[in-house]
Design a protein around this ligand. Structure first.
Ligand code: AMP
Ligand code: ZN
Length: 474
């Protein structure tokens, strides 16, 4: 049987994967911060993590995957600077923080469903776990790894033998995010110390706060992943994943506090996905307010699975530049592929499976994935199957098998075409969008929201994007 290998950011090597408990894998994923739609960069990360999850299952492992939903504590600056992202989102949308959290959590699940990403076994919003955070912070204080200053609780990085275990090793082929925000917090004893619990908030309007032994406040961002992982996966973790921008400080701080809390090594493998960039190499990001989302791709006529295939054709450890030209090429490739597969499925009952050919192609496909998740090579194996002289029954069985990982709906029959909007309704929608733009210009948000709600009641969803206001059918 093939041996799965992938790049471990902790050791800076492609390594054989060996789980702690034979046959079982504990897998933790940093989930979305739900203050806006996930952009297709975030979703590249979730698609590639889905491939890791599915590959592990394909290899026969019993996987338990946990994902958090960040609905409190994530600031716009990585080192405890800037504003709370959720509060900013609520202000932008004239809604409460919890309304924003619900709206964008729902939107996230709609996106991952359309991208055929398997829903993790456990999904836990940070605001569900406040008591667990308080328990962890208290133990870190008791063990001398934390201190209270200026009303906040900080992690003391000087108490560790080594702090930068993930990022500060030089010669890295992953570009580690460089902190570009200036940390002006005079309460910190050491430059890299980070907040575990905020009580003296610099944000007077912080919407969510809880009582704690250190006063009314709210948790820092990093503590949530350590706690949620501990709650559902115990004190030792096989694999932790996320985008490369999370290596520092988020994952570095997770390791610091978890290992200080447990008193032993916590996670064995760190899996990081490189960024999706805009044309010209700039990282796609939510905070810049300029990003592409799945709805926009759908509106432009792309099946979301064309984007999944676009991602699978490049390696997860390389930066990927988004382009509509390439999307168009992948779209026609995808449509051709579906037609070929449909022909094979129609003819398969006329032949029998050649088990030797099946085993040989399956091994090639598995080897590609086992070699640091080489998804583009796995797709090449699929094309080799289509070109091969083996029977259609063999091909069909192979496609069914490969689809357990690729999950591109290759065998799904096209549904009847989606409902359409006639010219008159389209004219009405565009007029309403103009009216709403005018209302927003005049800061008449009540009218702007009423227009959005009215369109929604007609089954039309409108969205503010970089390209202006767009609309889709609900
Ligand atoms: P967030 O919702 O901002 O917390 O990010 C969710 C996930 O997307 C994290 O794992 C990030 O590291 C990842 N991510 C953010 N921007 C990009 C990007 N442009 N390309 C790929 N992954 C990204
Ligand atoms: Zn996290």
């Amino acid at each position: 049987m093939s041996q799965l290998k992938f790049y471990n950011t902790l050791t800076k090597k492609v390594e054989d994967f060996k789980p702690i408990k034979e046959g079982h894998v504990s897998l933790y994923t940093c989930g979305p911060t739900v203050y806006h739609y996930a952009h297709i960069g975030n979703l590249r990360c979730y698609i590639m993590e889905d491939i890791l999850d599915r590959t592990l299952r394909y290899m026969g492992y019993d996987v338990k995957r946990v994902m958090n939903i960040t609905d409190v504590g994530h600031l716009t600056g990585d080192s405890d600077t800037g504003n709370d992202k959720m509060v900013e989102g609520a202000k932008r949308e004239h809604k409460t923080v919890m309304e924003i959290a619900k709206m964008y959590t729902d939107a996230f699940f709609k996106d991952i469903e359309r991208l055929n990403i398997r829903i993790p076994d456990v999904i836990e919003p940070a605001t569900n776990c406040i008591d667990d955070f308080i328990e962890m912070v208290q133990k870190l204080l008791d063990k001398g790894f934390a201190y209270v200053a200026g009303g906040n609780v900080y992690f003391d990085t000087s108490k560790l033998q080594k702090y930068n275990v993930l990022s500060n090793q030089g010669g890295d082929d992953l570009q580690v995010a460089v902190r570009d925000d200036v940390d002006e917090d005079v309460n910190k004893k050491n430059k890299n110390d980070f907040v575990l619990w905020f009580t003296k908030s610099k944000f007077e309007d912080q919407a969510l706060k809880w009582d704690s032994p250190w006063g009314v406040g709210y948790p820092g961002w990093h503590i949530e992943c350590s706690c949620i992982s501990k709650k559902h996966l115990g004190d030792r973790l096989d694999i932790h994943c996320g985008g490369i921008d999370n290596i520092f400080p988020h994952h570095t701080n997770e390791i610091a506090q978890s290992e200080a809390y447990f008193g032993h090594k916590w996670c064995n493998y760190w899996f990081h996905v490189h960024h999706l960039n805009e044309k010209g190499g700039k990282k796609m990001s939510k905070s810049s307010g300029e990003f592409l989302c799945v709805d926009l791709l759908v509106e432009k006529g792309y099946n979301p699975l064309v984007y999944r295939m676009f991602c699978l054709q490049s390696h997860y450890r390389k930066p990927l530049e988004f382009s509509y030209d390439v999307m168009d090429q992948v779209k026609s490739q995808y449509e051709k592929l579906k037609k070929q597969v449909a022909r094979i499925a129609d003819n398969a009952s006329n032949s029998t499976v050649d088990e030797a050919a099946f085993a040989s192609f399956k091994e090639k496909f598995t080897d590609a994935l086992c070699n640091d998740l080489n998804t583009s090579l796995a797709i090449t194996v699929l094309y080799d199957v289509l070109k091969d002289s083996c029977s259609d029954a063999t091909k069909l069985k192979l496609i069914e098998s490969f689809e357990e990982v690729l999950n591109l709906d290759l065998l799904k029959k096209e549904e009847a075409s989606a409902p359409t909007v006639d010219a008159e309704l389209e004219k009405y929608i565009l007029a309403k969008i103009e009216e709403r733009k005018e209302a927003k210009k005049n800061k008449d948000f009540a009218t702007a929201d009423a227009i959005r709600d009215e369109l929604l009641s007609k089954g039309i969803v409108i969205k503010d994007t970089r390209e202006g206001v767009t609309w889709t059918l609900a």
